[in-house]
Design a protein around this ligand. Sequence first.
Ligand code: PLP
Length: 379
Amino acid sequence: MKKINMVDLANQYKPIANKIHDAINNIIENTSFINGPSVSSFQKNLESYLEVKHVIPCANGTDALQVALMSLDLEPGDEIITVDFTFASTVEVIALLNLTPILVDVDPDTFNININSLESAITKKSKVIIPVHLFGQVANMEEVMRLAKKHNLSIIEDTAQAIGANYKFDDGTKKKAGTIGNIGTTSFFPSKNLGAYGDGGAIFTNDDSLAIKIRGIVNHGMYKRYHHDIVGINSRLDSIQAAILDIKLKYLDDYNHSRKKSALKYTNLLKNHPNIITPFIAGDEDSHVFHQYTLILKDCVRDDLVEYLNLNKIPCGIYYPIPLHKQKAYQNKRFNEDDFTTTNLLSKSVISLPMHTELDDDQIEFICKKINFFFNGLK
Ligand SMILES: *Cc1c(COP(=O)(O)O)cnc(C)c1O
């Protein structure tokens, strides 16, 4: 059996190695390092893949969130509602912009924004909702959209973990994750479902005037060379990363398909176990692209399982061990422990198993066999 990795970018790269080398050599020979033709090509191809009017590439997924917020004419103190159970980028950029983060609880089954918690967090100061499509599953956008419309709020979808996922509305229409709200953001961090060989990110919108604003913001607020109309930042996707992403975009559906296949295999081998809750898919199978395969453990010491897996050379991850409201940088009297029962519970009981595009059946069978051994030993 091949060595089991948490992610396996080396084996994913092998079949596309020649294409990647040619693309990189071409950029070096043409010295088109910044804003070269590969950037506009990738932008156009991603626009047609996502069926969205505008893709604005940028330097990383955290910048994408920051730029999205900067484009919305917000005032210090405006309330931005997001989830307590996610990577820190979201709350970080809200704080950096002097806006007020309002953290809400998530659903115990999908790990995504809890609609009741969201609704009760809305006040007169609320301006934006940032749902995060965690672990690859699209949040309940039907309800998020309904609440946003009712209270006149903007939506920024954090799609860093769910690029390529499809969301089906009750009326049957389907949309790609990140193209449903006013703005979508994503990350091309190497381990993401569409990963560069370095940093990268993008912002999506169907709104023409927001797109113009966002294009200015990522480029120093500059529309005419050396004329700075608005306050911006410098956030570019470099040409080499764009060329790599343009190649990998063609395989994104295949990559997501193999993730889903592996997830199904895991679930078949681990379901019905009294100590394990396997991932719940709320919508149809297209709505989850399994950036992570995450279990909830019941009645066991998680650290013991982690140690046992490590002993058996099976890597695993804890995403995320500390809810954002408990992080030193973001603690606040506003936050009430009773409002975070699910995130508090999940942060102690989740565990993510190896998940990538190169997992084979032998590896998944071995991992599940070991997990079952571990629990049988507990009896
Ligand atoms: C990875 C990630 C980000 C940040 O992306 P970077 O490219 O690392 O800045 C933001 N949000 C979520 C949910 C992520 O998983």
